[in-house]
Design a protein around this ligand. Structure first.
Ligand code: 0O2
Length: 272
């Protein structure tokens, strides 16, 4: 096939990957803005390289005219979670969306691969709009923890290096590492609530500080500058105390002062 035709085939998949990265990242942002824990930690994606497509077509005996129906992972999205429990939450979120339809799932968490690979895969249908009209595509979404991703990334590189002939001692090491990753995920899950509380605390503080500074900046334009300097100094004192409740009180008081000056910062919800 000519290179231009590859571009024509792959272009809608490029668009789909970009769109889904934006959509999933927006979910992360929405959680953060609402001081909520996000079950998604990171999102990335890729369109399979032409050489990798050709290799898979050969290996699976897929003719070019059935490429788009039989190769389900031309476009791939990877969602990385902090904890194993988050994976189901993310899968449910995808299931409940109206812009994605689940075709099938592969659960390598309950059916761990012989290699030690663990991940949860969904094949979805997703429609992009092109100048030739809507195009319904298949895409693969891989959902896994940070630890699972660490293992899979290393193992993938070694698979590439050894091209199907991985020495037994390397395979054994990877198998041991997979067991360690499993135990790491379980350990992290056991302190999940403490970690989530700590992160929530930090997110609330981040949002409060952003709001307070926004308010101070607005006050600076509308009110007496000496007074604003005093407010800023008080803010530094409150911030240094590392007392969240004090910071919340300061935030409320500042809101009242700002309202007085009709200079209250536009709330983050309006800006979103
Ligand atoms: P890439 O480079 O990530 O695109 P298969 O026959 O196993 O190649 P299939 O039947 O399409 O693939 O589905 P499967 O098994 O769910 O694999 C799809 C993708 O999952 C793979 O894509 C990998 O990204 C990942 N994966 C599956 N098994 C393993 C594994 O043992 N180790 C690692 N590191 N990743 C795995 P590609 O096309 O193989 O590669």
């Amino acid at each position: 096939m000519e290179i231009q035709l590859w571009r024509k085939i792959l272009s809608p998949y490029e668009l789909a990957v970009r769109e889904l990265i934006v959509k999933f990242n927006h979910i992360i942002t929405e959680h953060k803005e609402k001081d909520l824990y996000s079950p998604m930690e990171q999102v990335n994606g890729r369109v399979k390289s032409i050489s990798s497509i050709l290799e898979k077509m050969q290996r699976k005996n897929i003719p070019i005219d059935r490429l788009e129906t039989e190769l389900e992972d031309i476009a791939g999205i990877r969602i990385i979670c902090q904890f194993e429990e988050d994976i189901d939450v993310v899968a449910d979120m995808i299931q409940n969306r109206s812009d994605m339809e689940i075709k099938s799932e592969k659960n390598y968490l309950t059916n761990v691969k012989a290699s030690g690979y663990r991940s949860y895969h969904l094949i979805i249908y997703y429609t992009v709009q092109t100048i030739e009209g809507p195009k319904r595509l298949q895409m693969e979404i891989q959902i896994r923890t940070l630890a699972m991703n660490f293992w899979a990334t290393i193992e993938h590189s070694l698979q590439y290096k050894y091209k199907g002939n991985m020495p037994a001692h390397v395979r054994e090491r990877l198998s041991k590492a997979a067991a360690a990753i499993l135990s790491l995920d379980r350990e992290m899950s056991s302190v999940r609530h403490e970690i989530m509380d700590a992160q929530k605390f930090s997110q609330i503080q981040t949002n409060l500080v952003a709001d307070i500074l926004n308010n101070i900046e607005n006050l600076y334009k509308f009110s007496n500058q000496r007074e604003v300097m005093k407010i800023q100094e008080e803010f530094f004192r409150v911030y240094e105390s590392k007392d969240l409740q004090r910071l919340q009180r300061f935030h409320r008081q500042l809101d009242i002062i700002s309202e007085g000056y009709q200079a209250q910062a536009v709330t983050r919800e309006f800006m979103a």
